[in-house]
Design a protein around this ligand. Structure first.
Ligand code: AHR
Length: 350
């Protein structure tokens, strides 16, 4: 009797083990997604199939983002927004490329994303023109492209799904509006315009919006207009050079806050008071501009929202869900000056 007990125990353990393996097997056939009870309810096959997650549902959406570079505080905020949005979502994988201000690098990055068969491409085009060939390649590969922040030459709307970003013409108009309200119609105002990257939609449109808005004001003269490449260093350099020739300026209109901040340094070094002797207008709404307004060195910043990661993600999800997207998903923005800027400073996100 005593000798039979171990044999009986071994048989019992074997039966239990086989049962356990069989149970595991049936669950893994469901992709391991369903509760163990899923197969024990004798559901009809069709319903079973319908409740089973299709293999693609578990697949991460791979997004390639061709960024311009890191020329400004605004650009850094946009990069952070995209990286945080996709990095924090386990349903996505982000492939990020920094083109260091070169269109050829952005084109290379897009071709790499196409070769990697990504699910979607985000592109912040450094300049407006020259995208037709590579975007056609993405289209032929059935990869949807989303333009982020800057646009491309008109007439190429079939090459991308949506443009997500600001109305740069309106930003230029709002800058001019503040200035005309400040000085009044009929005033004599000499303006230095610090332009953004040559060929960029943000530079072209901010220039157009501003110049159109002052066209009817004979006393408002742009005495000098030069690119400062959207950087603080170049904004300072251009302003320094101009102040050596002529100090009879009432306004600096900079296409972004970084160039405005560079110009402020140059004006101070030239012995003038920025914000008072020369009024300073910037675009972007970065925190440093709000601080300069609070210190009285800058007068106004026209907001341009860089926190576009969540909108890009939503647009990709909507597209994948078969929804029809707007061609231009516009950002909602404001203009900050005086007390309004000081009050908003503690809550600035970028
Ligand atoms: O395209 C948006 C512009 O690019 C921002 O105004 C500027 O700061 C950036 O570099």
């Amino acid at each position: 009797m005593n000798r039979k007990k171990p044999f009986f125990m071994t048989m019992l353990a074997t039966i239990m083990l086989v049962g356990l393996i069989a149970g595991c097997g049936s669950n893994s056939n469901n992709g391991g997604n369903k509760p163990a009870s899923g197969n024990a309810t004798n559901e009809p096959k069709t319903e079973n199939a319908a409740t089973e997650a299709p293999p693609a549902a578990d697949k991460k959406l791979v997004v390639g983002f061709a960024q311009i570079g890191a020329e400004s505080g605004w650009r850094d905020a946009e990069t952070d927004s995209v990286k945080a949005t996709f990095g924090e979502d386990p349903g996505f994988e982000l492939k990020f490329s920094d083109a260091q201000q070169k269109q050829e690098n952005q084109i290379k990055a897009i071709r790499t994303f196409i070769a990697q068969k990504v699910d979607a491409i985000g592109l912040a085009p450094v300049v407006e023109s020259g995208w037709e060939t590579v975007l056609k390649e993405a289209k032929d590969a059935n990869i949807p492209v989303f333009l982020l922040d800057r646009g491309i030459t008109k007439g190429n709307e079939d090459l991308y799904v949506s443009f997500i970003g600001s109305d740069f013409i309106l930003e230029g108009q709002n800058a001019a509006k503040w200035m005309i309200e400040e000085f009044g119609t009929g005033a004599q105002v000499n303006i230095v315009q610090l332009e953004g990257t040559v060929g960029a939609s943000a530079a072209n449109d901010r220039k157009k919006g501003f110049e159109d808005a002052i066209a009817g004001e004979a006393g408002y003269k742009i005495v000098y207009s030069q690119t400062g490449e959207f950087t603080r260093a170049k904004g300072k350099e251009v302003m320094e050079a101009y102040l050596k020739k002529d100090k009879n300026i009432q306004v600096v209109y900079a296409h972004n806050d970084d160039m405005a901040l560079g110009a402020i340094q140059a004006i101070e070094e030239a012995g003038l008071k920025p914000g008072t002797d020369i009024k300073i207008i910037g675009v972007d709404g970065i925190k440093a501009a709000f601080e300069a307004i609070a210190e009285g060195k800058m007068n106004v910043t026209v907001e341009c929202n860089p926190l576009l990661g969540p909108q890009l993600k939503q647009a990709i999800l909507d597209y994948k869900a078969g929804k029809t997207l707007e061609k231009w998903i516009k950002s909602d923005e404001d203009v900050y000056f005086g007390q309004k800027a000081i009050d908003a400073l503690p809550n600035r996100k970028y």
